[in-house]
Design a protein around this ligand. Structure first.
Ligand code: CAA
Length: 287
């Protein structure tokens, strides 16, 4: 099966990036959000990314136009009816994700592959939301942010995922120019299992006054050659997203190093979610 038409549910940080990279390689992409303005905002964000690439001389204006012409925004879930691939990139919450998959199951064609961009929730748990025959075409396809830049996809097979479904994802990843790693279906998969304890430890260090947020980040950037410090990276990913992933890890493994730090709980409760709200461990002046 070749993927020509892609339905992306969720137009946030991950969803808009996933839509962008598929449209850029020639797929017809529909971006879905229950509110049309949010779907349109996702497409506008893609237009902004492409515009910056054109301004830098890295993308021809014709390629920008062609990519944008392959994108549509919708608030109508019935638009999944002609999809070969449905990618779900909505909030990291089991109820939200399973509710969406259950709604998509009767709409999407029988042949369509269902790929969740979940960063931590078990694929078998999500696949339980769809009818039994669909489960062989249900798979984890985890992208990294910024999606147009990060060349990795984590592929997670559930118990029922077929070899053919894995092959579809591998072929698509090759078309997207992304490398695939395969993770067992365990909380956090490979990357977040490694990343989240690192971010949590940096948050605990900050909480106990070991150093300023700037110095903790500079330690990782200059001392470890990381492109971003752990607190800056957490702000970039979204503190609510980090909290959700840490909770899944804590629930799954029950070990203290996976527990969300108090400062993270407090920032999220106060609505300081990182870059997207203008404040997290650092401040991000608007504009
Ligand atoms: N969208 C598209 N392109 C972007 C971008 C975005 N949001 N942000 C940066 N870029 C592009 C720039 O346009 C630039 O492209 P060119 O080289 O072609 O000009 C390139 O990325 C480098 O950007 P900058 O020079 O502006 O900035 P930088 O060198 O500081 O790099 C960065 C920015 C790529 C984000 C870098 O800081 C980085 O790699 N950070 C770490 C990112 C990371 O760890 N991501 C994984 C997060 S975990 C996750 O996503 C999974 C999960 O489940 C939580």
């Amino acid at each position: 099966m070749t993927v020509e038409r892609v339905f992306v549910a969720g137009a946030g940080l991950m969803g808009h990036g996933i839509a962008q990279v598929h449209a850029a390689i020639g797929k017809a992409v529909t971006v879905y959000e229950p509110e049309l303005t949010r779907a349109e905002a996702g497409v506008a964000r893609i237009a902004g990314n492409l515009e910056r690439a054109v301004a830098k001389g890295k993308l021809a204006p014709e390629a920008r136009e062609a990519t944008l012409a392959r994108l549509a925004a919708t608030a109508d879930i019935a638009a999944a009816a002609d999809a070969d691939l449905v990618v779900e990139a909505v909030f990291e919450d089991v109820e939200v994700k399973t509710g969406l998959w259950a709604a998509l199951d009767p709409i999407a064609p029988v042949h369509a592959v269902f790929a969740s961009n979940t960063s931590s929730i078990a694929i078998d748990r999500l696949a339980g939301a769809v009818s039994a025959p669909r489960r062989e075409r249900f798979v984890g396809m985890h992208f990294f942010s910024p999606v147009p830049v990060m060349p990795l996809i984590e592929l997670i097979r559930g118990t029922a995922t077929s070899d053919e479904t894995e092959a579809v994802v591998r072929t698509l990843a090759a078309e997207l120019g992304k490398q695939v790693i395969v993770s067992a279906d365990r909380p956090g998969f490979i990357v977040n299992r490694i990343l989240m304890p690192f971010l949590a430890e940096a948050m605990r260090a900050y909480e106990e006054g070991l150093g300023t947020a700037e110095d903790i980040d500079t330690g990782a950037k200059v001392g470890l050659n990381h492109p971003m410090g752990p607190l800056e990276l957490a702000d970039f990913i979204g503190l609510d997203v980090c909290l959700g992933i840490m909770r899944v890890l804590q629930e799954g493994f029950g070990q203290p190093h996976f527990a969300p730090p108090r400062v993270l709980e407090e920032l999220v409760a106060a609505g300081h979610l990182g870059q997207k709200t203008g404040r997290g461990f650092h401040a991000y002046p608007r504009g």
